[in-house]
Each structure stands twice: as structure tokens, then as C-alpha cells.
Design a protein around this ligand. Structure first.
Ligand code: HEM
Length: 462
């Protein structure tokens, strides 16, 4: 009888994606991360395990499953989110972002999120529209001055504009001379961080090797830019009403303590990085999509003429720039900058019919779900009309989720959407950007999915 009671039902584990010994299906994943999903998801379905005998040896990889079923994704990110923490990759990002909002967990994260949330309230966002327009116009002016046919680095241009925007809106300063450091070091850091995340044996930071030294220097250089912004503020006698002032003044309700310098730095750096690179990459993909779809540009111009007619956009215009918003949504569908989201199960769970043991890593390829032919008609076509109110009705929340979902939803989603809605019409009405003949690039899935090399485009004036 006792034996009966203790007998457990065998687990119903997800199917295992085959691959040769010893590297298994993880080999294809390591070689071609985007191609992997295109090949394996149609074969294995909504949930399957990625294998490699190496995984068994490596604590942080152990069991890795790929989840693409929208109900399963909803279960992980929303309904049963308490059973999940962010996956191993985010802990690697801590070398740069420390315990900032993107990487922290539990009660500490909840407290910080509550604290930062008011800075992203709709009323505050309305006051940022002038910053979006100021730096949007600065970029348009810079490119407009170039003689027709000049090739410009579009990736870089958007990166600079979005960094200045987030800096001005949240910390009342532009980046100034530090822009060169950020431009140089951020590309480098992005590559090194993803190499650490995907490597089974990342090089420890104490190793006295030139590569490791260079990597540490890169992280330090980025942290220094932020430290200087904070230092400048500490030495200023002016009164500010921005996120930085809030972080510096807030006192813990229980202890009355102020936030430590380190914590302020982590939060500020997180907002700096999460708040500009993603949006810059989205704008870069957007102009690529426009170059491929001239009929969409015509419609954008019609809307610009009807709503703005050359004026600088205001908060009240955004509601009327409906088609512009649909173009942004469709770009984020085909090219979601946050192309993959990872979660680690802290306890056992069930996804659909399958058992998920504790310590399973769940990888959610947003990029693939946004293109899965099961949910999207002609998934590879750029069709902004998919996002009209009519056509969006009834769409599953986790078939389209470029900003994530559940409690860890991107805090800057409306910030980014409004920023793009201001910048896009200002850009499109002034210049046309086209890729030079023979220019080749690939989609590179690093921390964000971006074109490599930087997107180059020829400027034509309108
Ligand atoms: C197109 C632009 C953007 C995209 C695609 C994007 C995407 C995302 C996604 C998918 C997450 C959730 C990650 C996860 O669940 O593991 C996230 C979180 C976050 N994003 Fe964004 N983001 C964008 C713009 C911004 C902006 C403009 C800011 C700030 C100004 C920002 C700040 C953050 C922060 C702080 C978090 C962590 C939130 C938390 O866990 O409480 N993001 N973002």
C-alpha cells in the first residue's frame, strides 16, 4: 500500500530534437540561430528539447526547451510567471547592467519597478515629444545636408539620435562628447556579451588575457559615461524634474534610506542601453522595409500630408498617424529587436500535455513566432494592414509580443512607439533612403537582432 502511494507517474517530457552525437541539435543552433528555428519548429512543433551531451555537463544549460505555442508562452510569461526567473543570459548581462530593472528579480525588482513606473506614465511621455522631435529633426537635417547620392551609416545615425533622446528625456542631458565612446564600445560589448551567453565555457574575468582585458575595458568605458552623468548632476545646484532626480531623491518607505550610488548607476545604465539600442535597431529595419516596399512609402506620405503637412508632430497628432503606427508594428513583427526571450523554471510545471522539470531553461523565439505560418498569412510579406483595428481583433496576445508580456513587459514600450511615430514622418517627408547597389547585409541575432554590417543607405532629397 505504502509502495502504491509513493509510486510516481512517469514524466511526459517534450520531444527531443535529433542531431548527431555529441553536439546534438545544439550544433545547428550554435551555427545559425535564426535558421535553426525555421528548420526545427515545423518538424518538432510547439515545444521540444534542444540536445547536446555537453549540456548535461554545464550547469547553466542543463535542460533547454524551445517554446513557440502562444498558450504555453502565455503560461510562462504571464499566468504562472511566479515559477520562472529570467534565464542564464540575463545573469551574464549583469556584468554591465548590475541589478538594474532588466536583470534584477523578485521583491527587489518589484520595488524598483514600482519606483520607476511613474517616469513612464502617459502624462510624462507627452512631455517627451519635444525631445523626440528635436533629435529626430537634428538627424533629418544632418542627412538632408548631404549631396544626393551620398551613402550614410543609417544604423549609426539612429543609434545617436535615440541615445540623445533617451538621455534628454530621462536625464535632461544629451550625450555630447561621450557619443564616440558609446558608439565604439557598444557594438563591441554587444558581441562579447552574446559570445559569453552562448559559450559553454565562457572565459573567466580573472584570466590575464588581452581579450578579457579588452572586454572588461569596454564595459568600464560604458559604465564611465553613466557615472559622469550622475557625477555632473551631483555637482549641479539646479533643480531637475526627471528620472535621475527621482532616483537620487527617493527614500525607502520602511528604512528611510536613499538608493545607493551603485543602484542608481545600474538603473540609469539599464535605461540608457535598453532605451536606445532597441529603438535604433527598429528604425533601421523600418527604413530597410520602406526601401523594399515603395507603395508603403506613398501611403506614409499621404498620411503625413493629411495630418502634419510639414509641421512638427505634437502629442495630439499621434492618434491620427494611424498608418505610421501600423508600419511600425509590422516592422516589429518581421524584425523584433528583442528576438528571443529566456526563462528558467524554478519549480516543476506543465506546458500543455508535457511535464517541465525544475531547472529547465525555456527559450522563446519571438522572431520565429512572429513569422510562424500557423498564425500569419504570407508571413514574410510586409503588410502594415495586418495591424488595422479590424484585422487585429482576436489576435492572441502571444502571437505578437515585441515588448514581451506579463509583469516583465517592457517599461519603455509606449516611449519607443511614440518616439518612432514622431521620427518616421519627419524623416520620410524630407528624404528617401535606398540601399546602394550591391550592398549586402545579414540579420545578426546578438542581444538584439540587427543588420550586420551597419545598414548603409544612399540619401535622395524629396
Ligand atoms: C523598439 C524598442 C524596444 C523593444 C523592442 C523592447 C523590448 C523589450 C522586451 C521584449 C523586454 C522584456 C524582456 C523579458 O521579458 O525578458 C523589455 C524590457 C525592458 N525594456 Fe524594452 N524595448 C524597447 C524599448 C525600450 C525603451 C525605449 C526603454 C526605456 C526608455 C526600455 C526599457 C526596458 C526595461 C527597463 C526593461 C525591463 C523591464 C522589467 O523587467 O521590469 N525598452 N524590452
Amino acid at each position: 500500500m505504502e509502495e502504491e502511494l509513493t509510486k510516481q507517474k512517469p514524466l511526459n517530457l517534450p520531444p527531443i530534437a535529433e542531431g548527431g552525437w555529441p553536439i546534438g541539435s545544439a550544433k545547428k543552433f550554435a551555427q545559425d540561430r535564426l535558421g535553426f528555428f525555421e528548420e526545427y519548429v515545423p518538424k518538432y512543433g510547439d515545444l521540444f528539447e534542444l540536445t547536446s551531451v555537453f549540456f548535461k555537463l554545464i550547469r547553466h544549460f542543463k535542460k533547454v526547451v524551445i517554446v513557440t505555442g502562444p498558450d504555453m508562452v502565455k503560461h510562462i510569461m504571464q499566468d504562472n510567471n511566479k515559477n520562472y526567473v529570467k534565464s542564464y543570459g540575463y545573469s551574464v548581462l549583469k556584468v554591465l547592467l548590475g541589478e538594474g530593472l532588466l536583470t534584477s528579480e523578485g521583491e527587489f525588482w518589484r520595488k524598483q519597478r514600482r519606483l520607476l513606473q511613474p517616469a513612464f506614465h502617459r502624462d510624462r511621455l507627452a512631455s517627451f515629444v519635444s525631445a523626440y522631435a528635436e533629435f529626430g529633426q537634428q538627424l533629418v537635417d544632418k542627412w538632408s545636408k548631404e549631396p544626393a547620392g551620398t551613402v550614410v551609416d543609417v544604423s549609426q545615425g539612429f543609434m545617436e539620435a535615440t541615445l540623445n533622446i533617451v538621455s534628454k528625456a530621462m536625464f535632461s542631458t544629451d550625450v555630447g562628447d561621450a557619443m564616440d565612446v558609446v558608439n565604439r564600445e557598444f557594438d563591441y560589448a554587444n558581441e562579447k556579451l552574446i559570445a559569453r551567453i552562448t559559450s559553454p565555457f565562457p572565459m573567466p574575468f580573472w584570466m590575464p588575457l588581452p581579450g578579457v582585458k579588452r572586454e572588461k575595458e569596454s564595459y568600464e568605458a560604458i559604465k564611465n559615461v553613466v557615472a559622469q552623468v550622475i557625477e555632473k548632476r551631483r555637482n549641479s545646484t539646479e533643480k531637475y524634474d526627471d528620472l535621475l532626480a527621482m532616483l537620487m531623491e527617493v527614500e525607502d518607505a520602511d528604512t528611510g534610506e536613499k538608493m545607493s550610488n551603485q543602484q542608481i548607476q545600474d538603473e540609469v545604465l539599464t535605461i540608457f542601453l535598453a532605451g536606445h539600442e532597441t529603438t535604433a535597431v527598429a528604425l533601421t529595419w523600418l527604413v530597410h522595409c520602406l526601401d523594399e516596399n515603395p507603395e508603403v512609402v506613398e501611403k506614409l506620405l499621404e498620411e503625413e500630408k493629411a495630418v502634419l503637412n510639414g509641421r512638427t508632430p505634437t502629442i495630439d497628432d499621434l492618434r491620427s498617424l494611424e498608418y505610421t503606427r501600423m508600419v511600425i508594428d509590422e516592422t516589429l513583427r518581421l524584425f523584433p529587436p528583442a528576438w528571443i526571450i529566456g526563462r528558467h523554471a524554478t519549480g516543476p510545471d506543465k506546458l500543455g500535455e508535457y511535464d517541465i522539470p525544475a531547472d529547465t531553461n525555456c527559450l522563446i523565439p519571438v522572431y520565429y513566432i512572429h513569422r510562424n505560418p500557423k498564425y500569419w498569412e504570407e508571413p514574410l510579406k510586409f503588410k502594415p494592414e495586418r495591424f488595422s483595428k479590424e484585422n487585429s481583433k482576436g489576435r492572441h496576445k502571444f502571437v505578437y509580443f515585441p515588448f514581451g508580456g506579463g509583469p516583465r513587459l517592457c517599461i519603455g514600450n509606449n516611449f519607443a512607439l511614440m518616439e518612432m511615430q514622431v521620427v518616421v514622418p519627419m524623416l520620410v517627408r524630407a528624404i528617401k533612403l535606398t540601399k546602394p547597389a550591391g550592398f549586402k547585409f545579414k540579420r545578426e541575432p546578438l542581444i538584439t537582432m540587427r543588420p550586420t554590417p551597419h545598414m548603409q543607405m544612399e540619401v535622395q532629397h524629396r
